[in-house]
Design a protein around this ligand. Structure first.
Ligand SMILES: Cc1cc2nc3c(=O)[nH]c(=O)nc-3n(C[C@H](O)[C@H](O)[C@H](O)COP(=O)(O)O)c2cc1C
Length: 153
């Protein structure tokens, strides 16, 4: 099985850390948007998309990329880190992927260190996040995505 994770993680690298935790237990190649052009998505069984959340939305570079993906049925997953850690932030990417006939096998979200604006003055909120508990949850998540893929492919 081959998995590509396309991640934008410009604030603190929090979301990239989640992708790296997943890659400890799964055959994942990690790239950012700039590097994504070097890969043919068709070479991968599953292509996941991860982003930090900025003003309630994933990075525009990800949503712009998804506007241009093919309509062919393929498997995907989504993940994010944010100040609140709410999974509902993933709905933007899920809707976009489903509109392009992608089957979303899972959605993962957790809190990440947030040093936005005045929060920087106090060293940020969610210090130490994502932490080992989040990495463990991310590893379990990707193993579950792989299991689901084996059932539905
Ligand atoms: C400009 C900006 C806007 C943000 N807006 C939100 C937001 O609307 N909701 C939220 O929960 N977190 C928000 N955050 C916190 C980030 O989502 C959080 O720090 C996330 O872990 C960053 O991920 P990254 O390090 O992978 O970029 C914001 C952070 C920044 C820098």
């Amino acid at each position: 099985m081959k998995i590509l994770a396309v991640v934008e993680s410009s604030h603190q690298g929090n979301t990239r850390k989640i992708a790296e935790a997943m890659a400890e237990v799964a055959p994942i190649t990690i790239t950012d948007i700039a590097g994504a052009k070097d890969y043919d998505f068709d070479d991968f069984d599953i292509v996941g998309f991860g982003s930090g959340i900025y003003a309630g939305k994933p990075d525009r570079k990800i949503t712009n990329l998804l506007k241009n993906v093919c309509d062919e049925e393929k498997y995907s997953f989504v993940f994010s880190t944010s100040g609140t850690g709410k999974e509902k932030y993933n709905n933007t990417l899920i809707k976009q992927l489903e509109s392009k006939n992608k089957i979303v096998l899972g959605s993962f979200a957790c809190k990440g260190l947030d040093k936005f604006f005045v929060l920087r003055l106090i060293g940020g909120t969610n210090k130490g996040k994502p932490d080992e508990a989040d990495f463990k949850a991310a590893r379990m998540f990707i193993l579950d995505v792989m299991k689901k893929y084996e059932v539905v492919k």
